[in-house]
Design a binder for this molecule. Structure first.
Ligand SMILES: [Fe+2]
Length: 164
């Protein structure tokens, strides 16, 4: 039986573990996405976000240095599903330009998942007076939002046009 979630702090720690697993899965998936992308701009965007994602992992480790326990030991099944859907696309016979549009769509689903989770985690950290953690979570949240906007720009600028 799973342990009881008695407090908001329990829920918060659980969400941080979930995010930790999500980020670690993404560190593995992003190089494959970069390799599959046809457009050099999109390859670069995935590479850059890989570097940021490695920092996101480290930020959660820093937050856990002030908490009990370890961020390890939980699997984020939400991220697993999102990555799996992106991987399914790569198994299809897709036109290269259309493939990029699909990869952007998959990456934006990932960003939105992370934005939702970090927004909630930051709000809970603030509510409980974990100011340092709230600041770190906000930094990551800002980077996820910027990454998402960048993907929207790439999609709008040329990739969707090429797919027509
Ligand atoms: Fe991230």
């Amino acid at each position: 039986m799973a342990s009881k979630m008695g407090t908001l702090e329990d829920l918060y720690v659980d969400m941080l573990k979930d995010l930790y697993s999500a980020e670690k899965q993404l560190v593995k998936a992003l190089p494959k996405m970069a390799k599959s992308a046809q457009s050099p701009d999109l390859q670069k965007a995935f590479q850059e976000h890989l570097g940021q994602t490695e920092h996101h992992v480290e930020r959660i480790e820093r937050i856990f240095s002030n908490l009990e326990g370890t961020p390890r030991g939980k699997k984020c099944v939400g991220m697993e599903g999102l990555i799996e859907e992106g991987a399914e696309l790569l198994k299809e016979d897709v036109d290269p330009d259309v493939l990029d549009a699909g990869l952007i769509a998959a990456a934006q689903k990932v960003e939105h998942y992370e934005i939702a989770s970090y927004g909630t985690a930051r709000a809970w950290a603030e509510k409980m007076g974990h100011d340092d953690a709230a600041r770190l979570l906000q930094e990551t949240l800002d980077e996820e939002s910027t990454a998402n906007e960048k993907l929207t720009q790439l999609a709008e600028n040329h990739i969707n046009m090429e797919a027509q």
